[in-house]
Every structure is written in structure tokens, then in C-alpha cells.
Design a protein around this ligand. Structure first.
Ligand SMILES: [Zn+2]
Length: 195
């Protein structure tokens, strides 16, 4: 079995993500939102509370996903998330605001109750957030995998940074090419690569 990394926005190897900057007063006071104050990931312990975000200004282009700089949060085009919602229930959908209080109707945040850990070679590092329990992977370039025991038979998964991983049938349904979307294989293993 394989999973496929939806290669948009944040990328490990070869494409710089489109970024926007957070509203700094919002970022300094995220304790009351769905964001972990320590690792600046979406805080899954607060599921299903939505994680609303505030960014300085709206993204310049019509991107499927945009990373909020200095955080581990990505905002997504709403129609992309709605398409993924066809394959799995339970997405907690948050709103995206700009500093002047305007809501960006086209963009949302999106997370699931649980996430998977993407692993790589021996040089890869995994950091446990002491506040929210997220496991942040620092995966070296090269082949990546997920442990089978983390999968529950769903067709859509996320890692701690809300990057999407999908099964092959979901990939096949994205037959209309989108400029900033590709899928890269992530293998599924029974045991860690280190043995
Ligand atoms: Zn955290």
C-alpha cells in the first residue's frame, strides 16, 4: 500500500511555499485560539474547535495553499478542502481573517482530530511539542514513509503541519490538472526504517 503526499504549499524538497505574514498582535495572543503557543501548529487537543487565523493581507495569487510565515499553519482554498471532504468526515474548518478584520471567504484552515507522523532516513529528527503533543518531523530529502499502525483505513490523513496524504483512489479523482498540485508517493511500512 502507498499513500500520496498532496504536493502543494509547504514542500520538503524543491518548491518554496507561497507565504503570507501573520497579524503580529494575533500571533502574540494565540492562546485563546486553536493554535499551540509553543510550536505554532494547530492544537489538536482542542478538536473540534475551529482554528481561526489572522494574516496581514490576503494572498497575492490564486494559490491552493499558503503557509503563514513563522507558524506551522497553512491556509487552504476552500474548494480544495471541500473536495477532500468528500472522502473523509470530521474536518474542523477555521476562518481566515486579514488584519483589518475582513474575512477571506476563499481560504480556510483545516485539521483532523489525529495526525500521522511522516518518517524518513536515519538523519531525520522528530520533536515532541511539550505543550500540545504534536510530533514535528524534520525529514531529510529522500524517500519518506508512514507506519501502517498509524493508519485507520481512511482515505485522507494529515501530519502535524496539516499537510495532506491521500490514498490512490483520491489521487485518481484529481484528473483535472491544477497548476500547483501534484502527488508524491509515501510508502507504508510495518517497521521503522532503522530496524
Ligand atoms: Zn505544540
Amino acid at each position: 500500500m502507498m499513500l500520496y503526499y498532496a504536493k502543494i504549499g509547504i514542500n520538503w524538497d524543491d518548491i518554496d511555499p507561497q507565504i503570507v505574514y501573520p497579524d503580529m498582535s494575533w500571533l502574540s495572543n494565540v492562546n485563546s485560539s486553536g493554535i499551540c503557543p509553543l510550536c505554532k501548529c494547530i492544537n489538536r487537543q482542542r478538536y473540534p474547535a475551529p482554528a481561526d487565523v489572522m494574516i496581514e493581507r490576503s494572498p497575492n495569487e490564486d494559490q491552493t495553499s499558503v503557509l503563514i510565515e513563522t507558524t506551522n499553519i497553512t491556509i487552504w482554498k476552500k474548494d480544495f478542502v471541500e473536495k477532500l471532504s468528500l472522502y473523509r468526515d470530521g474536518f474542523a474548518i477555521g476562518k481566515c481573517f486579514t488584519s483589518d478584520g475582513r474575512i477571506l471567504d476563499d481560504y480556510v484552515t483545516c485539521y483532523l482530530r489525529k495526525c500521522i507522523t511522516i518518517r524518513g532516513n536515519k538523519q531525520s529528527r522528530y520533536q515532541l511539542c511539550q505543550s500540545c503533543g504534536a510530533i514535528i518531523s524534520n525529514v531529510e530529502p529522500g524517500p519518506k514513509y508512514v507506519l501502517e499502525k498509524e493508519l485507520d483505513g481512511s482515505r485522507i490523513y494529515q501530519d502535524a503541519l496539516c499537510r495532506f496524504y491521500v490514498t490512490e483512489d483520491v489521487v485518481d479523482d484529481f484528473d483535472e490538472p491544477q497548476e500547483d498540485l501534484a502527488f508524491n508517493a509515501v510508502s507504508v511500512r510495518n517497521t521503522p526504517a532503522e530496524g
